[in-house]
Write a protein that binds this ligand. Structure first.
Ligand code: SAH
Ligand code: SF4
Ligand code: F3S
Length: 465
C-alpha cells in the first residue's frame, strides 16, 4: 500500500458519519483555480464519508456552491444560482443547499439571514473536513450549522484530492495571504499564509506521475511566498522538478515581490519548468500602486520584467490589471497604458475596480474603508475597453511572432470548435494551440510547427520528423 493509499484509509476511519445513508452530492465551483482544487478536496472528504458525488443537479440530495467573492459580479452570480437551484428542484424542495468558499467567510450572516435563500449550511475554506458533520447536523435544530473558522495551519496535506481526469493536476502548496492589497478581499476570506511541507508536495507529485498526469500546477494565493521550515519557493520548485516523469510544471498566482533571480535562473535551466509567469501589475501609476499597498513601483515592476526576459528569453508573461481604483485620474490611467505598452505582456486580465464592502459582521477591504468608489462606471468601462484594445494588438503581435517556430504541445482533447479532426492543447508557455490534424492521444506531447495566430490562440500542424 502506498503512503497515499494509507492516507486515504486513515481518512476513511476518521470521517464516518454517513455510513448507512448514501446521500448524493453535487458540487459547483466558481472563482479561481484554488477553488477548483478545493472542490476536489471536498469530493474526497465526502466520498470518504460515504456520500456519492453526482454530476447532475437534478439527482442531488445536497447541492454545494464553492463560491468566489473577489468582485461583486461573482457574488451576484451565486445569489442568482441559488434561486435557480430552488426552481430546478421544484416545489417540494427537499434539497439541502450549502455555501462553501470565499463568500462563506464574508457573507455568512447575509446568506443565513436571508429567508428566501433557505441556505442549510455553510463552510469556509479552512473547514471542509467538518462538512460531513455540518451536513449531518442540518435540520436538527433551528440554527443552521456553519463553520467559517480560519486556520493558521490547515493545508489539507493529508487529503488526496479526487481529481478530474485530464492532463493537468492542481496542488495547493500554500494557502492564504498576508499582503492586504487594499482592494482585495482574499486575506479576509482565506486567512493567513501557511505552507505545506516539501516532502508532502513531492510525495504527491510522484503519485501524480504514477496516476498518469503529465502536468502539475502549483497553487497558492501568493504561491511564490511559499515558505517551509527549510525551503523557499525556489527550493520547492527544484525538488518538484527533480521528480522523474513530471513533464510540465506551472505555478500560479505569484506576487512580483517574491521573484528572486535564483527562481528565474532555475526556470531557465529546467526543461520541465514551463516558460510562463503570471506577473500581476494591477496599476502602472506609483500613487495608485502605493494606495493599493502593492509594495513596488512601476519602475521596479518594469525592471523585473526586463530581468525575467533576460534570464528566460522565450518567456510568456501574463498579468492582471485593475482600472478605476478610487481617485485614479485619466493621467494616472495613461501611466497604466504606458506600462502595458512597455511591458509587452502576452495577455492580460483587465478588471473594473469593485469595492468589497463587508458582509454583516465581517471586515471590509482597506480600500473600501478608506476611499470612496469615485470613478464612475462609464469611465471604468471606457478604461477597460481602451486597455483591452491595446493589449489585444500586443497579444496578436506576440502570438504572430511565433509563426514558423517549433513548439511542444501537450494534447488536452480532440476536436476544436471548428473541426472534429483538430487537436487542442497548450504549448510550453501555456498558450492555447490548435493543431489542424494529426494522430494523437490525450496526454501526448506533440511537436508542432506554428502556422498561424489569433489574439486567443496559436494554430499549428504536426511537424514532419
Ligand atoms: N493572488 C491572488 C489574486 C486573487 S484575485 C490569487 O491568485 O489568488 C485575482 C485578481 O483579481 C487580482 O490579481 C486583481 O487583479 C483582481 N481583483 C482582486 N480584487 C479586486 C477588486 N476588488 N476589484 C477588481 N479586481 C480585483
Ligand atoms: Fe489579494 Fe494581493 Fe493577496 Fe493577491 S496578493 S490575494 S491580490 S491581497
Ligand atoms: Fe475568488 Fe477566493 Fe479565489 S475570492 S479568486 S475564490 S481566492
Amino acid at each position: 500500500m502506498s503512503n497515499i493509499e494509507k492516507k486515504i484509509e486513515t481518512q476513511t476511519n476518521k470521517i464516518s458519519v454517513n455510513q448507512d445513508n448514501k446521500d448524493k452530492v453535487f458540487v459547483e465551483t466558481y472563482g479561481c483555480q484554488m477553488n477548483v482544487y478545493d472542490t476536489e478536496l471536498v469530493k474526497r472528504i465526502l466520498t470518504t464519508a460515504n456520500y456519492e458525488i453526482v454530476t447532475q443537479i437534478e439527482s442531488a440530495d445536497v447541492v454545494m456552491l464553492n463560491t468566489c467573492s473577489v468582485r461583486d459580479n461573482a457574488n451576484r452570480k451565486v445569489y442568482n444560482r441559488i434561486h435557480t437551484i430552488r426552481q430546478i428542484k421544484g416545489k417540494e424542495n427537499t434539497v439541502k443547499i450549502g455555501i462553501l468558499g470565499c463568500m462563506a467567510t464574508n457573507f455568512r450572516k447575509n446568506l443565513l439571514d436571508d429567508s428566501k435563500l433557505k441556505i442549510d449550511f455553510i463552510a469556509g475554506p479552512d473547514s471542509y473536513k467538518q462538512l460531513p458533520h455540518l451536513i449531518a447536523a442540518t435540520g436538527e435544530q433551528q440554527e443552521k450549522p456553519f463553520d467559517v473558522t480560519l486556520s493558521e495551519f490547515e493545508t489539507y496535506s493529508d487529503i488526496y484530492p479526487m481529481r478530474e481526469k485530464g492532463v493537468n493536476a492542481w496542488i495547493a502548496v500554500m494557502r492564504g495571504c498576508n499582503n492586504y492589497c487594499s482592494f482585495c478581499v482574499v486575506p479576509f476570506t482565506r486567512g493567513r499564509e501557511r505552507s505545506r511541507s516539501p516532502e508532502s508536495v513531492v510525495e504527491e507529485v510522484k503519485q501524480l506521475v504514477a496516476d498518469g498526469y503529465k502536468q502539475v500546477t502549483l497553487l497558492g494565493q501568493n504561491v511564490n511566498s511559499y515558505k517551509s521550515e527549510e525551503n523557499d519557493f525556489t527550493e520547492l520548485m527544484r525538488q518538484v522538478s527533480d521528480v522523474e516523469g513530471m513533464e510540465r510544471i506551472f505555478f500560479t498566482s505569484p506576487h512580483p515581490k517574491d521573484f528572486p533571480t535564483k527562481l528565474l535562473t532555475l526556470m531557465s535551466e529546467r526543461d520541465n519548468i514551463c516558460n510562463q509567469v503570471h506577473m500581476p501589475l494591477q496599476a502602472g501609476n506609483n500613487r495608485i500602486l502605493d494606495m493599493m499597498n502593492r509594495t513596488y513601483t512601476k519602475e521596479e515592476f518594469l525592471t523585473l520584467i526586463e530581468e525575467t526576459r533576460r534570464i528566460i528569453p522565450n518567456v510568456v508573461i501574463t498579468t492582471d490589471i485593475i482600472v478605476g481604483f478610487p481617485t485614479e485620474t485619466e493621467e494616472e490611467f495613461q501611466d497604466t497604458m504606458d506600462v502595458v505598452k512597455k511591458a509587452q505582456f502576452d495577455s492580460a486580465f483587465i478588471f473594473k475596480y469593485s469595492e468589497r464592502k463587508a458582509g454583516k459582521g465581517a471586515p471590509s477591504t482597506l480600500a473600501a474603508k478608506r476611499y470612496p468608489d469615485d470613478v464612475c462606471e462609464e469611465d471604468k468601462k471606457d478604461r477597460v475597453i481602451r486597455l483591452n484594445a491595446i493589449q489585444s494588438e500586443i497579444t496578436l503581435q506576440k502570438n504572430s511572432a511565433h509563426i514558423g517556430e517549433t513548439h511542444t504541445v501537450l494534447i488536452e482533447k480532440k476536436g476544436s470548435k471548428k473541426s472534429n479532426d483538430a487537436y487542442v492543447g497548450r504549448n510550453q508557455g501555456n498558450k492555447l494551440t490548435i493543431i489542424a490534424d494529426g494522430d494523437y492521444q490525450v496526454g501526448d506531447i506533440a511537436t508542432v510547427s506554428i502556422t498561424g495566430a489569433t489574439p486567443h490562440a496559436l494554430m499549428g500542424k504536426p511537424k514532419a520528423v
